[in-house]
Design a protein around this ligand. Sequence first.
Ligand SMILES: *Cc1c(COP(=O)(O)O)cnc(C)c1O
Length: 374
Amino acid sequence: MSAREDRRALPVLAPTPWRDSLRAGARDVDALVARGLVAAADAPALRAVGERFEMLASDYYLGLIDPDDPDDPIRKQAVPDLAELLVGPSERADPIGDRAHAPSEVLVHRYPDRALLFPTFRCPMFCRYCFRKVALNDDPIRLHAALDDALAYLARTPAIREVILSGGDPLMLSDARLDDLLGRLRALGTLRRLRIHTRFPVTLPMRVDAALAATLARHRPLYVVTHFNHPRELTAEAATAVGHLVAAGLTVLNQTVLLAGVNDAAATLSDLFEGLLDLQVRPYYLHHPDLTVGTQHFRVSLDRGLALVRALRGRLTGLAWPTYVIDIPGGGGKVPVDSAAVRPTDTPGVWLLHSPLGGVHRYVDPAVHPRGCG
Ligand SMILES: *Cc1c(COP(=O)(O)O)cnc(C)c1O
């Protein structure tokens, strides 16, 4: 059967509270005007942003925004900003060099022992700072065929012991499709563990129910990595979603992106990390923002990031310390910022990043040198 026929045979998806919340959400600037989140006068200029980068946010997530606060940290993550049309120095469409390490359209194999697999490029929300914001376009029929190629690559590459489902958000797949995919991965016989990276518990927590948790738990050891950026995202709904995962025996970790105007304050980060521990979620990574086009307004300097994480030491349980990492532009992998792998030079704002995969990258911090340097 061809991928096209297979696709046509898919059952029509039944309405669910989470699909309703997506449908009642906003997929363009006009919908944001209708909700009172964007002034009508600002809409024409903002439409250009919507044409350049996709926009989508659920009714649930938009409901967390304080409409009276123009600097609301939830708003900044979901609502397009004119600053997205600016392109800063070193910014690029593929900031961490995924394409150079992609044996298939849906697989990135950078480290010898693990690979990223994208079962979809769709998301329940298009985060304004996303490092894949340029790559998120979706043709389900083509993806379906690419997935078969990716599984064949994994089958002939037994050095890969861990597969990380990412994308796109893997939980866009129905429970049945996820179960099938995870089963096919397990059946390879080469993988020791699976991981799912998802923002659903944050942006659309109703997706994560007991049935989904039970489906995932059939494929343990399976690690779920969520993506909370701000303590206000730790709602009762989010707690319920995470509670289902924990109750099913899954290990839940969190990664946060350090974002100017959203969470670049020690008190915000410590509230977030302790709030995660309350839900039995262990902070895993704090990511320095990548050099993605149109994300200049979210950028924090490496110096400032270091000062923030150092301020948390001593006043926060070690359980709540994520590793602060930067992904080396162009594909050198992630390195801990507070380590010998990231070294200052004599020029302020210019760093040497030592890749775990070999090589040294000169990093000119665009938050310090907005017009580039040398
Ligand atoms: C981030 C990333 C991983 C996972 O890295 P960990 O440090 O194990 O969390 C794997 N592959 C690629 C290509 C990545 O970018």
